[in-house]
Design a protein around this ligand. Structure first.
Ligand SMILES: Cc1ncc(C[n+]2csc(CCOP(=O)(O)OP(=O)(O)O)c2C)c(N)n1
Length: 633
């Protein structure tokens, strides 16, 4: 039971917070006051209850509050300010101002914000990841998720609910701000649903309370802690609560008061009107230089790479990845940083079976719920866990592109192992051919992409990756691939090789022209170049394992030699060829470039047949090279 003193303190804070919400939105002439005011009592109660230290916001065993409806940023900034995380005047005066951390939707750069959000429907997945991390790391804490009621329409929430029940995440709770309004009006008119029954049918316990009654809120929060199963509190609230002319008005979901209305509202709330002071602070604001330090979000670990495995016969890259991750988990089993693998019902195909067998407690079977898996994996990786999510390219990237973008924004440390990329997917056809991964990942500022050429390079890349912070995607096809060999016939990526991000590998020296190749067609390109050598035509062949960061020196030398080819089983408009073209322009290089790649969706067929049809088998590559060389004379 909470004492009257606490409740009356919170009531005073609630009036201050409402004044701050209204002031900052009026000052910025935009933002979301309505939901901020309906949820502010819950936020203040939560921050007053949880285990945290605003002076040390990143303590590992802190309780976490994930705000899924990130548009209620005014409410979050007000609650954090009043809880001691920052100077509230600073947040009010800088709200939505260019260069400020107090963005329109909440960002992790603001201490106390556990997860950047704005795209609705994903916060429960992030919270589930954090709740699971508590168990995996054996660090006890609770995770609370605040969500909107309109937001409940998103399907990903049901994925996260099921996941939480399957994994018994009893340290996880959700609170729904049930103000019955969303942008377009009443939630039942926009999209009818039975929120309570939906949660209960997935196995959650549901409590209903008045979300503006502090005693009721505290009693619900207390009973959640003893519930013994994931619990949702359906908090009946009023949009715009506290200012009668705003109450229950959908338009205040996303519109600010005029200055006159603000003045009136502040009188109702019995709060001063310091708008002039805020305006002056806003005018004098200077964006911090340098930018916020993101290194606090980095995974810090010393996992060991173990001994390389050398493959000397045809092997699929995905098996090499599966063997490497199982070995890494074994040799690092005593390390304080856990290695976790997340799967979406594709264990056999993405080759994580050995890992799952050896480390069942570290293998997370997330089902066919990729949107949940993407965010959950990102959140796990943000909690000091070296997290690998293994999936087909189509599902681990294309299907969830915006959620990987969200991971990027959240500075996570996720490793995504994508198999079945390019045309090399077996006979599954075009829905399964991930031929746009380079193009997609070019848009994500922190993600790095590694495309190993053969099983040896795959092994080396996974071992290199094991202690790296940040977000990486590693791509692999499906087929067994020949080992790439040097001119001496020895494995090119053998024992003497060590991986370096961004370094291109010269597989064959030559002076006539240069082929840049990435992905599964590597072996075909080697065969083509070796055939042309037999005819006395010496082409330089460069393998690009880091297509987002092309080695400038190699490109400069290639341009000096003349004709350049890019070879990839990727959409020819957005892949390696485009990266090469961009870099050439940036480096002011002038050389003809021929892009050999996928020109349209391909159908079903064996990989061999598909590569032939796309002009990516050895004979077609050689033919095309000869034709282009003849063309330029
Ligand atoms: C995935 C996604 N779709 C659409 C939006 C745009 N949007 C922002 S808030 C909102 C309505 C949210 O309603 P509710 O959850 O009830 O929040 P409240 O109106 O109570 O603040 C929408 C559609 C979004 N942010 N994310």
């Amino acid at each position: 039971m909470t004492d009257n003193e606490t409740i009356s303190r919170l009531q005073q804070q609630a009036a201050q917070a409402r004044a701050a919400i209204l002031s900052m939105t009026t000052l910025a002439a935009s933002g979301h006051p309505g939901g901020s005011m309906s949820s502010i009592d819950i936020l203040l109660a939560l921050y007053s209850l949880i285990k945290h230290d605003p002076a040390n916001p990143w303590l590992e065993d802190r309780d976490r509050i994930v705000v899924s409806n990130g548009h209620i940023s005014p409410g979050v900034y007000a609650a954090l300010g009043l809880s001691g995380y920052h100077d509230l005047d600073e947040a009010v005066s800088q709200f939505r101002l260019a260069g400020s951390i107090y963005e329109g939707h909440i960002e992790r750069e603001v201490a106390g914000v556990e997860w950047s959000s704005g795209n609705l429907g994903q916060g429960l997945s992030a919270a589930a990841g954090m709740a699971l991390a508590s168990r995996i790391k054996n660090v006890p804490y609770r995770v609370w998720t605040l969500m909107g009621d309109g937001e409940q329409q998103k399907g990903q929430i049901s994925e996260a609910r099921r996941f939480a029940i399957k994994y018994g995440l009893n340290n996880l709770a959700a609170i729904v701000d049930y103000n019955r309004l969303q942008i377009s009006g009443n939630i039942d008119a926009v999209m009818p649903q039975n929120i309570r029954r939906n949660w209960e049918s997935d196995g959650w316990k549901v409590l209903e309370i008045d979300g503006h009654d502090f005693a009721a809120i505290f009693s619900a929060l207390a009973s959640v802690q003893d519930a013994g199963l994931p619990t949702m509190i359906l908090a009946h609230t009023v949009m715009g609560k506290g200012v009668p002319f705003m109450e229950d008005q959908a338009k205040y979901h996303g519109s600010a008061l005029s200055e006159e209305q603000l003045d009136e509202a502040l009188k109702i709330l019995d709060q001063p009107n310091p708008l002039d002071k805020y305006r002056k602070l806003r005018e004098s604001f200077q964006a911090p230089d340098p930018e916020p330090d993101h290194s606090i979000f980095e995974l810090n670990c010393s996992l060991q790479p173990g001994q390389p495995t050398v493959y000397d016969k045809t092997t699929d890259n995905r098996s090499a990845w599966g063997a490497a991750i199982a070995d890494l988990a074994r040799i690092n089993s005593e390390d304080p940083t856990p290695i976790v693998v997340v799967d979406c019902d594709l264990m056999g195909s993405v080759k994580t079976g050995d890992f799952a067998k050896d480390k069942p407690g570290r293998f997370i079977q997330a089902g066919i719920m990729e949107h949940n898996a993407a965010v959950l994996s990102g959140a796990l990786s943000s909690c000091g866990i070296q997290t690998f999510w293994a999936d087909f390219g189509m599902f681990g990237l294309d299907e969830v592109y915006n959620l990987q973008r969200l991971n990027d924004i959240n500075h996570t440390n996720l490793k995504v192992a994508l198999t079945h990329v390019g045309l090399d997917v077996g006979e599954d056809g075009k829905t399964h051919q991930c031929i746009d991964y380079i193009g997609l990942l070019r848009n994500l500022f922190s993600f790095r992409l590694i495309c190993p050429a053969d099983p040896n390079q795959t092994d080396r890349v996974i071992r290199w990756l094991i202690d790296k912070p940040g977000n990486y995607v590693v791509t692999m096809g499906r087929s067994k691939l020949p080992v790439i060999r040097g001119e001496d016939g020895q494995p090119f990526y053998g024992l003497g090789y060590s991986f370096q991000y961004g370094r291109a590998d010269i597989l064959r020296p030559g002076n006539k022209a240069t082929l840049f190749v990435t992905g599964t067609p590597a072996a075909n390109a080697v065969e083509a170049v070796d055939k042309l050598r037999e005819q006395g035509l010496f082409l330089q062949l460069v393998y690009v394992s880091s297509p987002l960061q092309i080695d400038s020196e190699t490109l400069v030398q290639a341009a000096r030699k003349g004709l350049i080819f890019s070879v990839e089983d990727h959409n020819v408009h957005s892949g390696l060829g485009s990266v090469v073209a961009d870099r050439m322009v940036a480096l002011r290089l002038s050389a003809p470039l021929v892009k050999i790649g996928v020109q349209g969706y391909c159908g079903s067929g064996s990989s061999k047949d598909l590569y032939q049809a796309a002009g990516l088998d050895a004979a077609s590559i050689a033919e095309r090279v000869l034709a282009e060389l003849k063309n330029i004379g």
